[in-house]
Write a protein that binds this ligand. Structure first.
Ligand SMILES: Nc1ncnc2c1ncn2[C@@H]1O[C@H](COP(=O)(O)OP(=O)(O)OP(=O)(O)O)[C@@H](O)[C@H]1O
Ligand SMILES: [Mg+2]
Length: 294
């Protein structure tokens, strides 16, 4: 499904949530929609779904957007699960009838996410834990095999294992569908998308290749634990590491520095090196890190 936004603008009273967004998304694109809290991501998604009035134009496959025509072609997992009183069984039956799905297929996808449909069938949807709600909504959305899949922070309530299973499923089932994934997580951007659209205060600040975006914006935090403060004859302090608690030292690094420093540390510290951790950090987060260190 091809999506084209031109001069899309949205105000909520004094809040200018979207400021003249021009965006062309080719069919089959796998897109991460990113940006700080309040930058307009969910509003942009609601515009695409035809759920909010706005200025400017949205075209789908070269025709003006029509909510009725679009509905059968898309699946959407919202950021905040709706508080439905219906039982999970009724919900699954209603959606499978509406979208022509086989219930066993939904059951199998839910199972892969470690949610047993039969165990929750009689429970009201709203009584499920946040993670179980998210699993059920993801299972329903993936089972639809939509042309456009919109996921707004889909793994916010999932534990690490469920998140890994979701990545696997998404890669398996996504096929030619266009994916719009709203996310703050680097691991999701790395493993699920090839394109990044970044918003800031309602403005489009990046629209392009995901690898290029990540190379520019993602750094690492290199953390080493040593047996004694003067390990390696003071090598850590000389190389810009700051001392933390319990023998840990840390330093933020770009990719080049990381690749050079890891072998250098192994050589200089030898058996005095007890542990080594490399963590990816968004450069925005990295600035916060150095702040806290100061
Ligand atoms: N229905 C609404 N009424 C009034 N203001 C709104 C409404 N929806 C969104 N806004 C405002 O528009 C701006 C963009 O909100 P939006 O929810 O699109 O941000 P977001 O990028 O999805 O943020 P988050 O990362 O927190 O989910 C915010 O200032 C928000 O308060
Ligand atoms: Mg949002």
């Amino acid at each position: 499904m091809k999506l084209q936004l031109s001069k899309v603008d949205k105000r909520f009273g004094k809040v200018h949530a979207l400021r003249g967004i021009d965006l062309d998304l080719p069919p089959g694109a796998k897109i991460a929609l990113i940006g700080p809290n309040g930058s307009g991501k969910t509003t942009l998604i609601r515009v695409l779904l035809g759920l909010v009035q706005h200025r400017g134009e949205v075209r789908v496959d070269d025709a003006p957007i029509s909510r009725a025509a679009l509905a059968p072609r898309i699946a959407y997992v919202p950021q905040i699960a709706p508080q439905m009183a219906a039982s999970c069984g009724d919900l699954v039956r209603a959606i499978s009838e509406l979208r022509g799905l086989e219930i066993h297929e939904i059951r199998e996808i839910a199972m892969r996410l470690d949610l047993k449909l039969d165990d929750v069938a009689s429970r009201p949807f709203r009584s499920l834990s946040g993670g179980s709600k998210q699993k059920l909504l993801i299972a329903l959305a993936l089972a639809v095999r939509p042309e456009l899949l919109i996921l707004d922070e889909p793994t916010a309530s999932l534990d690490a294992e469920a998140r890994g299973r979701f990545f696997e499923l998404q890669r398996e089932l996504a096929g030619d569908a266009t994916l719009i994934l709203c996310s703050h997580r680097l691991e999701e951007i790395r493993s699920l998308v090839d394109h990044v659209v970044a918003l800031e205060e309602g403005k489009l600040i990046y629209n392009g290749d995901a690898a290029h975006y990540l190379a520019q914006r993602v750094g690492s935090l290199l953390e080493l634990r040593v047996a004694a403060e003067d390990a390696g004859g003071g090598w850590l302090a000389e190389h810009g590491f700051a001392a933390g608690a319990n023998g840990w030292w840390s330093r933020s690094v770009d990719r080049e520095a990381k690749l050079a420093l890891v072998p250098a540390a192994l050589g200089a510290l030898g058996s005095e090196l007890l542990d080594l951790v490399v963590r990816d950090v968004d450069l925005v987060e990295l600035r916060g890190e150095s702040h806290r260190g100061a």
